[in-house]
Design a protein around this ligand. Structure first.
Ligand code: ZN
Length: 281
């Protein structure tokens, strides 16, 4: 058992030697069609690169999971929807963790924001029946049923490996193949897990260079002005959520960014947008 990497920020215990190399054992029955080594290549630009704007911050079971690769945000939301729809109630979950596997120099897929651990205590990494943890067949099957528009499975499950890592799901595709066909998600349409107001700004979450800045107007501006006011009741005292990206909005975005540990640009880039929306729990 390796114990040489830090626990995640929400106090979750460190995952013991994450045997992701097991995933080299491809098994389409469990959706494992891309090797972990290939995934590292496909997602190399994301590795431990959480400050780059390449990450989004979807709430999974109501809490941050430390960030996920931005193209895969929908896939994580679909995983949550599928688990919820089949009655799974998660109490602990974590995705991003920049670390190598055990004592090797290979990076865990958690370092790329494309893996998530669900309830590590109840879904332990041990030998034996893969369904002996809290994650049962119906929960796992619902996640493995999630497909992209080409009918390819998006997720694979660590519980399928030779030594079952029951807590662990990982993305099974490259950045261009994680688009979710919501008809394959047990939890129903994407719209059912987001408010219409949020849905109108989805583009901000997935387009890296789509930045709201001085002079912008319209519903997306109003949306984030409302988020600023929800974050701090004193925000935007003069103009409120008027849909105009003016001086007052710039100053409050800077204040928010400073508090969140981001560079105070006054622009709502992808990371700022994701964090602002993440406050809505
Ligand atoms: Zn894991």
């Amino acid at each position: 058992m390796e114990d040489d990497y830090a626990p995640s920020a929400d106090g979750m215990p460190p995952e013991f030697a994450d045997p992701e190399e097991n995933a080299e054992e491809l098994d389409p029955k469990f959706g494992i069609e891309t090797s972990t080594a290939s995934l590292r290549t496909l997602w190399s630009a994301w590795r431990c690169n959480e400050g780059s704007g390449r990450f989004g911050n979807p709430m999974i079971y109501g809490k941050s999971v430390g960030g996920v690769a931005r193209p895969a945000v929908d896939a994580f939301l679909a995983l949550e929807a599928a688990l919820k729809a089949t009655g799974y109630r998660a109490s602990s979950r974590w995705a991003f963790n920049c670390r190598t596997i055990g004592k090797s120099t290979k990076y865990s897929l958690h370092s790329y924001g494309i893996a998530i651990d669900i309830d590590p205590r109840e879904n332990p990494f041990t030998a034996g029946d893969r369904y002996s943890g809290k994650l049962k067949r119906q929960h796992v099957d619902a996640v493995l049923a999630i497909k992209n528009a080409r009918g390819q499975s998006i997720w694979s499950w660590g519980g399928a490996w030779r030594k079952p890592d029951r807590m662990h799901f990982q993305i099974n595709r490259g950045p261009n193949d994680v688009d979710v066909n919501w008809a394959t998600v047990a939890g129903g349409a994407r719209g059912s897990i987001r408010t219409p107001d949020e849905a109108t700004t989805v583009g901000l979450e997935v387009e890296e260079d789509n930045v709201l800045t001085r002079g912008a107007t319209g519903a997306a501006v109003t949306h984030f002005q409302k988020r600023l006011m929800a974050w701090n009741g004193a925000a935007l005292p003069k103009h409120k959520a008027d849909g105009d990206y003016g001086e007052e909005t710039i100053e409050w975005v800077k204040t928010y960014q400073t508090g969140a540990g981001l560079e105070a640009t006054g622009n709502i880039d992808g990371v700022t947008a994701a964090l602002l929306q993440g406050d809505k729990v």
